[in-house]
Design a protein around this ligand. Structure first.
Ligand SMILES: [Zn+2]
Length: 194
């Protein structure tokens, strides 16, 4: 079998390619990410690691169970049907393993207002931990129309925001055009509504 010479992006050493189709317990490179509150991420360039640098990385991770318990490669095929599709800045598209996506999703508590707002803009229902009313939350309302004083039906439209508003769903009903208070903006107790 022909071997491919690779150069380690960390130490610069040449090495024969290894673990190309091996399990994720035996990786041969890494990729750094910026992960957002929904576990979607921007991925940076691929980093090839020689066997020595990979070994050092795995020692650094110490808890190598972490790597060993990652799902098998075939999970990515299954995930093409789930909702956790990720499109990276460079046009590369990928899918998060569904079980990992859902686990992380449930862990999303203690979010800042900025993250909660970003999630709401992406169609996620969010609330503050202290909002105790049943199903009380905010969410993005779209396709809004209303009846004017003279009886015409108007579809809402605005140059900057289109046909959208934040709706507050509370114990008394739904209120369109919710505004955040100081406490809402500065609190770190925002969470996703399941
Ligand atoms: Zn190296």
């Amino acid at each position: 079998m022909m071997s491919i010479a690779k150069k380690c992006d960390r130490c610069g050493k040449m090495y024969d390619q290894y673990n190309v189709k091996d399990s994720e317990a035996n990786p041969n490179g890494i990729r750094l990410l910026n992960i957002d509150g929904r576990q979607q991420c921007f991925a940076h360039k691929l980093i090839d690691l020689c066997p020595d640098c990979m070994k050092q990385l795995q020692n650094w991770l110490k808890d190598s169970d972490m790597i060993a318990t990652l799902p098998d490669n075939d999970i990515y095929d299954k995930c093409k049907t789930c909702q956790s599709k990720v499109k990276y800045q460079d046009g590369y598209e990928s899918w998060s393993p569904k079980n990992i996506f859902e686990e992380s999703y449930k862990d999303c508590e203690g979010l800042t207002f900025g993250i909660a707002l970003e999630m709401a803009k992406n169609g996620v229902k969010v609330k503050r931990a202290g909002w105790n009313g049943k199903d009380q939350h905010i969410e993005l309302a779209t396709d809004i129309s209303y009846k004017t004083a003279s009886g015409n039906i108007v579809n809402v439209n605005h140059d900057a925001i289109g046909n959208k508003a934040i709706a507050f769903v509370g114990t008394s009903g739904v209120q369109l055009g919710w505004l955040a208070s100081q406490a809402d903006m500065l609190a770190d107790d925002w969470m996703i509504v399941e």
